[in-house]
Design a binder for this molecule. Structure first.
Ligand SMILES: NC(=O)C1=CN([C@@H]2O[C@H](COP(=O)(O)OP(=O)(O)OC[C@H]3O[C@@H](n4cnc5c(N)ncnc54)[C@H](O)[C@@H]3O)[C@@H](O)[C@H]2O)[C@@H](O)CC1
Ligand SMILES: [K+]
Length: 528
């Protein structure tokens, strides 16, 4: 499902009218009607006598709110419109809907100054529902002055609140709120989800997200070649590797996982097992000789292979040739889980990268090793999937984790293009950026997954999917979706605190099986 910016949405609205002759007031009418239908569902179709407060701004978002007011009034609801503008300030379609509403006997309460706030505050005490139609995609920066006071007052009332298109106070393009922002129970956004609704904190302000069709021609949408997507269950399901009945393990690929160090065998065990859980036919875990026995004890289905090590037990540069020999018989390399930052191991990684032909997932300390010489990434290398968390991304980009978190999408896209890699930037709403500029946002997952080993499981899942023939970018996207979905399943049963990375492995089969009924943000969208 495409994600759009405010400007792209505005362009769609304009072209719908200019190129496809859909009058803008028809788009507004459709928008308002979709919100009314959503409200009816919220009230189990009993709208009569419900007390609904509709807060309208001066733009077209306010216009949508007035369409909602008209129809709820017609359906017997008790409607009050609080207008954060003078009637004469309204223009065009919004003004038309104001005038229709008034001709129908609809009541308008001005909300222009502090003195008007109290009346709204009292009305909020008795409201069954608040409709937030103050700001939509036209909003920039921070809500201040009266709008800020109104937003704060609405939030304090803790009434069920539906946001029209966007929760007011949220920037559509960044998902950030620099001032007060409506905390919506749910949001009905029009045509396509805006980026700010699916990244934090926007996703939290928006509450449950519904995407409503307002009649923008699909042909117009497809012609825009948008390159930012929200991952959906349908998209992932259609790209899962198929399992032929006649399949044999060789058909499902062979993953070589390289990592491990004294005291760090858990990471490589999790990654290797995750690759099997993701459906790889064979997995070999290659680790320093000294911990090979431990790993062999920890794992059963995973084959293990001892590698040359330094006196202290870390992978040494002598491991280079044995790794390349092993890799020649494998389909994909998972490099990094539990690798450690031992200087000899760092050198090994830097010598290994330019020699790689097979696709590789590079994670954790292998990323930290490359951060000491990112020139290796601009050299020629096989297809790579890098899976940094914000701290590792900061080291790779020579900046701070805080800066990375401020501009997650831009940074992921910049380095995916610069290094010609698939760059999966972990964090709330993981971003998967492809070298060709396409980018995907993963809606699944929860804070309970911020636990040791969770990233190793993701590395294994992605490598396992690549071993079965998925393109690196698709494997990273589907892997992130499945990893988060397993975390959501695990949280549902175990809560967030007790969740262990190993639990993710146990819930992966369930997630693979019931991909069709994915809960959360995708099911309510109903569309790919
Ligand atoms: N044809 C169209 O353009 C359609 C637009 N629609 C609605 O129109 C909305 C966009 O409407 P507009 O572009 O008129 O703008 P909005 O209605 O989102 O914003 C209202 C006004 O707020 C002002 N504003 C922006 N930032 C502010 C701030 N920080 N503090 C105070 N005021 C601020 C701007 O001057 C803006 O005109 C969409 O979100 C959607 O709800 C829908 O009706 C679908 C059709
Ligand atoms: K709004």
């Amino acid at each position: 499902m495409y994600l759009v910016t405010a400007a792209e949405m505005g362009q769609l609205d304009r072209l719908a009218s200019s190129e496809y002759l859909v009058p803008s007031i028809v788009l507004m009418e459709n928008a308002g009607l979709r919100v009314v239908e959503s409200i009816r569902r919220h009230f189990q179709d009993r709208v009569k006598n419900r007390r609904v407060l509709i807060f309208c701004g001066k733009g077209n978002n306010g216009g949508d709110g007035l369409v909602v007011a008209r129809h709820l009034l017609n359906q017997g609801a008790e409607v009050k419109v609080f207008l954060l503008a003078r009637p004469e300030d309204l223009r065009g379609d919004a003004r038309t809907n104001l005038e229709i509403y008034q001709k129908m006997g609809g009541r308008i309460f001005p909300l222009l100054g502090e003195s008007h706030l109290q009346r709204a505050d009292i009305a909020l005490l008795y409201a069954d529902l608040v409709v937030d139609a103050i700001f939509g995609t036209g909003f920039k920066g921070a809500a201040m002055g009266l709008p800020a006071a109104v937003i704060t007052m609405i939030n304090k009332a803790h009434r069920d609140t539906v946001a029209v298109d966007l929760p007011s106070g949220l920037e559509a393009d960044t998902g950030r709120a620099f001032g007060p922002c409506i905390q919506a129970t749910w949001t009905v956004t029009f045509a396509l989800p805006k980026l700010g609704l699916v990244v934090e904190p926007g996703a939290s302000y928006a509450g449950r997200l519904e995407v409503a069709d307002i009649g923008i021609p699909q042909k117009l949408i497809d012609s825009q070649r948008f390159n930012l997507h929200l991952l959906t269950a349908a998209w992932c399901r259609s790209r899962l590797p198929k399992r032929e009945a006649s399949g044999h393990k060789g058909l499902y690929g062979h993953v070589l996982a390289v990592g491990g160090a004294p005291g760090l065998t858990g990471a490589i065990a999790l990654a290797a097992t995750a690759a099997l859980r993701a459906g790889a036919g064979l997995v070999t875990a290659a680790v320093p000789r000294g911990v090979h026995g431990i790993l062999a004890m920890k794992t059963t289905e995973v084959m293990t292979c001892p590698l040359p090590e330094t006196p202290a037990g870390y992978l040494s540069r002598e491991a280079l040739e044995p790794i390349l020999e092993r890799l020649a018989a494998c389909d994909v390399l998972a490099l990094g889980p539990g690798l450690s930052r031992d200087p000899a191991t760092v050198e090994l990684v830097k010598e290994l990268l330019p020699r790689l032909k097979a696709p590789a997932v590079v994670d954790a300390d292998a990323l930290n090793a490359l951060a000491t010489d990112t020139g290796l990434l601009t050299g020629n290398h096989g297809p790579l999937v890098l899976t940094p968390h914000p701290g590792e991304m900061a080291r790779l980009a020579g900046t701070t984790a805080a800066r990375v978190q401020e501009d997650r999408l831009e940074i992921a896209r910049k380095y995916a293009r610069e290094w010609q890699v698939v760059l999966l930037l972990k964090g709330a709403r993981t971003i998967i950026a492809w070298p060709d500029g396409q980018a995907y946002i993963n809606p699944t997952g929860n804070p309970g997954m911020a636990t040791a080993g969770s990233g190793d499981v993701l590395t294994g899942i992605i490598a396992g999917l690549m071993a079965q023939g998925l393109e690196p970018g698709v494997a990273a996207a589907v892997g992130a979706f499945l990893h988060g979905a397993a975390g959501d399943e695990a949280q549902a049963r175990l809560g967030q605190h007790a969740l262990l990375a190993g639990d993710l492995l146990n819930f992966l089969p369930a997630v693979f099986r019931n991909l069709e009924v994915e809960a959360g943000v995708t099911a309510s969208l109903g569309r790919d």
